[in-house]
Design a protein around this ligand. Structure first.
Ligand code: HEM
Ligand code: HEM
Length: 396
């Protein structure tokens, strides 16, 4: 009996010792997301240590120091390429845009970090995180502002690169942390499932997404898959209401392109405007701008040719018109192909490629024969009206 009591006392002593020797920490627990972030501020060095864990269902998970994105220092974690380890990427945000990895922030990963059983676990140290270009950690504050964010549940990042391309958060929230409670001898805090030294501020999971990218994608896809074939049919058939289609075409094009240009500035992968998708898009835009000029020239030459007293000036109007048709066709095909490059740039899921590809096939199956039929009918009409003519597409 006395021996058992003695053993229990020793065991309790060991437990108390372990508990006492665990580094001081403040801990954020987000129960709904099963996410924990514990921070230790070393009083024996300039380091800060943390334990960060979250389910691996999001493309990435991050916490950041600051009240808003601009100037915040953010700690990102995502699965490594082999989905066994965890990649830790410290980044600084210059605004409400994808934060950029910075080598100046010196970090290290400690034992126990992994991606296992569907969970990301990161035990880490940062040697110079108390101030950075754009902000600082106030270690004497009892309400230091922090924030957290979760990437989308689609597109898992799975990369060893600290500069891996990321997509905008699906949810984010803010909290303040008692830094004095987190201060003590330096070390990675133990895992904990209870929040302490934390105050959540505002809504916990603010839903957010990249609407610009989505609007751009839908608008441009509608333009190349729906409005362009309708426009061609209207041009061929000479339908009276084609100005309605023209107006809708231009409005959708402007909406899509403006969203595309703005969205380009959000991501490191596109902010230099030099991605293949963007370069091909410039060629498409030039094609679109050149086409109406061609139509004007073609119309002028055509009118000239049809003037009764003018001598026949060879078949120039037909050629000009045909070149116009080729420019139009090549521009259209480039735009269709560019859609795939856009989907790649947005790092969208594989099924988006499949849907886009199926829409192109459906469009060819429906619009192809229709365009062919209307063109043939138009050529026959042209021949009847002008047996010596070139059978060109109406230009007015
Ligand atoms: C790829 C990475 C990211 C992108 C592209 C991005 C983009 C954006 C954008 C566009 C907004 C404005 C949203 C709106 O007004 O509706 C925003 C807001 C916000 N984001 Fe991010 N973000 C990223 C990562 C993060 C991370 C890692 C955190 C936190 C650790 C975060 C926290 C916030 C917060 C707190 C706001 C609201 C306050 C503000 O506008 O600064 N973001 N973000
Ligand atoms: C030829 C005309 C264009 C077409 C058919 C087109 C189509 C698309 C499509 C389908 C997407 C995928 C959207 C998604 O999956 O969320 C996309 C993405 C994108 N496009 Fe375009 N686009 C065109 C022009 C442009 C232009 C002119 C720019 C800007 C210079 C641009 C910038 C972007 C960017 C930055 C993305 C990726 C957005 C992200 O990372 O989330 N696009 N585009």
């Amino acid at each position: 009996m006395a021996a058992n009591f003695f053993k229990a006392a020793i065991f309790l002593g060991i437990l108390l010792h372990v508990a006492n020797s665990s580094p001081a920490a403040s801990t954020l627990c987000l129960d709904q997301k099963q996410t924990t972030f514990s921070l230790n501020v070393a009083n024996d060095s300039n380091d800060i240590y943390f334990h960060f864990e979250s389910p691996a269902q999001h493309a990435w998970v991050a916490v950041g120091a600051g009240t808003e994105m601009k100037g915040a220092l953010m700690f990102f974690m995502y699965p490594s390429k082999d989905n066994q380890h965890v990649t830790f990427s410290p980044r600084i945000a210059t605004g409400a845009v994808e934060p950029t990895y910075t080598e100046e922030i010196q970090v290290g990963i400690h034992n126990g970090s992994s991606t296992q059983n569907g969970k990301l676990v990161l035990n880490a140290v940062c040697h110079n995180c108390r101030s950075w270009n754009g902000g600082l950690l106030n270690i004497s504050s009892t309400a230091q502002p922090w924030m957290y964010a979760f990437g989308p549940t689609s597109n898992p990042v799975s990369s060893d690169s600290m500069t891996a391309s990321l997509t905008q958060h699906a949810t984010y929230g803010k909290f303040t942390m008692d830094m004095t409670q987190a201060t003590g001898p330096g070390g990675v805090p133990a895992a904990s499932s209870i929040s302490s030294g934390i105050t959540l501020t505002g809504s916990q999971y603010i839903k957010d997404g990249d609407e610009l990218s989505v609007t751009h994608g839908y608008a441009m896809a509608a333009l190349v898959l729906v409005f362009t074939p309708i426009l061609i049919l209207h041009l061929l058939s000479g339908a009276r209401l084609r100005w309605i289609n023209y107006t809708v075409f231009i409005l959708v094009a402007v909406l899509g392109l403006v969203c595309g240009f703005y969205d380009s500035m959000t991501y490191n992968r596109s902010k230099n405007f030099g991605a293949p998708h963007q370069i091909i898009a410039y060629v498409v835009i030039i094609g679109l701008l050149v086409l109406p000029k061609y139509r004007m020239v073609s119309r002028m030459v055509s009118r000239h040719r049809h003037r009764p007293k003018t001598p026949q000036p060879d078949d120039r109007s037909g050629w000009i018109s045909r070149i116009g048709i080729w420019i139009g066709m090549i521009t259209w095909i480039l735009a269709l192909v560019d859609g795939f490059l856009g989907i790649k740039l947005a790092d969208s899921k594989n099924y988006i490629y499949v849907i886009y590809g199926c829409c192109i096939i459906a469009m060819i199956v429906v619009a192809g024969p229709l365009i062919w039929f209307v063109k043939k009918r138009h050529d026959r009409r042209e021949k009847r009206e002008d047996p010596n003519g070139a059978g060109i597409i109406p230009t007015g």
